[in-house]
Design a protein around this ligand. Structure first.
Ligand SMILES: Cc1cc2nc3c(=O)[nH]c(=O)nc-3n(C[C@H](O)[C@H](O)[C@H](O)COP(=O)(O)OP(=O)(O)OC[C@H]3O[C@@H](n4cnc5c(N)ncnc54)[C@H](O)[C@@H]3O)c2cc1C
Length: 433
């Protein structure tokens, strides 16, 4: 039996008709929508959320999740494989649509107009990633790394100037920490320098892997102050002379995200664009602490994307006269995948509760990231296996989740780095060098 790839979406529990019913009104304008609702929300947790954790969200949060699902199904899912194949970025309408849903700037008072619990933000990351990890990465970068840097380390004036423009999607941001010669050791190994002359800074150096660095309007550049040797953050407008970015070609994961090599040659930045509170790597780490747990959530979403596709395929593909899902060994792969997903949702839910309660430390988000990404790698491989040969054809989605998992596994702290952070907490001894 031949299964047409497009039939595979039919099992999903979103409601495309919701778009027609108006849940998407206002989305795409770049203006945050009014999310208040007095009507009960007809909400079904994902079938892949086996223990129903998502049902604990408030009605308002569920309403927002429904809007997000409708948007992703209507606007993102139909084009995502084509963009992935061509390694092409999302159209502006997607960026504006995400902004219209209020996804940029959730936790910051200047821009947030709906619930901002870490648990809710986690569910947003999961819902995004179960459709496509690149769209989840886009939101994670704009909302977390870029706006987070300005919110955590910027002055009130800087927050007021930059956050609303980023929240509306009028400006696209990038986060420039990693360098060609410094990845895992960024806390001590940065070579990019910033030298103050009067009320200006001159930045020189190179960055690598910077997500959307070749298409961003501003990039947060982390550089060492030549006066005191400490890392500081700068809001660099990419039109500034001396800023040059080249897309990294031939990337085989997260192909929609435009990662770039950046060179900075005598880039002049006014003191007003140095993140006012960034005095050392401590502030950089504070930003990463915020975002790492959300990457753990995205890893679960990416697993769910592969799992949902595999369940649908297993229920349709017939071999030996019955659907492959009725063979015991295929059920074993599905049950193990669901076990990984369910355990991971429990872990990320609790780590986000801890953030909401002010109890989350680096080792907590590190454990969540290293655990869920390791489970994700197992899960996407098992799910791909269920497709046999079709599992390596992009039209069936699963290979995209499989490939994208490799990027999620490595960025925002590799498994080894997060293990060493947890190991330090366990033993009291740092073993990084
Ligand atoms: C798709 C993608 C998007 C990214 N986006 C951004 C971005 O927007 N902005 C940004 O600044 N960066 C970004 N990064 C960079 C990312 O954060 C780094 O790739 C990551 O931190 C690892 O650094 P590295 O690639 O230089 O690997 P390396 O640091 O060279 O590490 C290579 C290997 O050695 C291991 N290793 C290193 N040191 C030790 C040790 N002490 N003990 C044990 N093992 C060790 C690592 O765990 C890894 O397995 C992105 C990366 C990817 C792949």
């Amino acid at each position: 039996m031949t299964i047409e790839p497009q039939t595979l979406a039919s099992h999903r529990d979103y409601a495309p008709e919701a778009a027609a019913a108006g849940v998407l009104a206002g989305v795409g304008t770049g203006t945050a929508v009014n999310t208040a609702t007095d009507t009960p929300v007809d909400f079904t947790p994902l079938t892949s959320d086996f223990f129903g954790y998502e049902d604990a969200l408030s009605d308002e949060e569920k309403h927002l999740i429904l809007r997000l699902r409708a948007f992703l199904e209507a606007e993102v899912r139909p084009i995502v494989n084509e963009l992935w194949a061509r390694a092409e970025f999302f159209p502006k309408s997607i960026v504006k649509g995400l902004a219209g849903l209020g996804l940029f700037g959730q936790p910051w008072p200047e821009t947030q107009d709906f619930p901002n619990t870490a648990v809710f933000r986690g569910w947003v990351a999961l819902e995004l990633a179960r459709i496509d990890a690149s769209v989840a990465t886009l939101v994670g970068m704009q909302n977390g790394l870029v706006m987070g840097s300005i919110a955590v380390a910027g002055s009130d004036e800087q927050r007021a100037e930059w956050l609303p423009k980023l929240a509306s999607g009028d400006l696209l941001g990038a986060f420039g920490l990693t360098e060609p010669l410094s990845g895992s050791d960024a806390a001590q190994g940065l070579r990019t320098t910033a030298t103050r002359t009067g009320d200006k800074w001159v930045i020189n150096g190179a960055k690598r892997w910077i997500g959307n660095g070749s298409i961003s309007d501003i990039t947060i550049i982390w550089a060492k102050d030549t006066a005191d040797g400490q890392v500081k953050g700068f809001i660099v407008e990419t039109s500034t002379p001396g800023y040059s970015a080249t897309r990294i070609e031939n990337k085989q994961a997260l192909r929609i995200v435009q990662n770039a090599d950046i060179t900075l040659t005598d880039v002049v930045v006014p003191e007003s664009q140095r993140l006012a509170k960034s005095k050392s790597f401590r502030e950089t780490a504070a930003v990463l602490r915020l975002t790492r747990a959300e990457v753990a959530w995205a890893a679960v979403g990416n697993s769910i994307g592969a799992y949902d596709a595999a369940v649908a395929y297993a229920n349709e593909r017939v071999q030996f006269g019955k659907t492959i899902g009725s063979h015991q060994l295929v059920q074993d792969l599905l049950a193990k995948s669901l076990g990984n997903i369910t355990a991971s949702i429990g872990m990320v839910t609790q780590v986000s509760h801890m953030l909401d309660q002010g109890l989350q430390r680096d080792e907590h988000s590190s454990l969540a990231k290293l655990y869920t990404t390791a489970r994700m790698r197992e899960t996407v491989a098992w799910c791909r296996e269920i497709f046999g040969g079709n599992g390596i054809v992009l039209d069936y989605d699963v290979i995209r989740f499989f490939a994208d998992s490799e990027a999620i596994y490595s960025y925002e702290g590799t498994r080894e780095m997060n293990t060493l952070i947890v190991g330090r907490a366990i033993t009291g001894t740092a073993a990084f060098v």
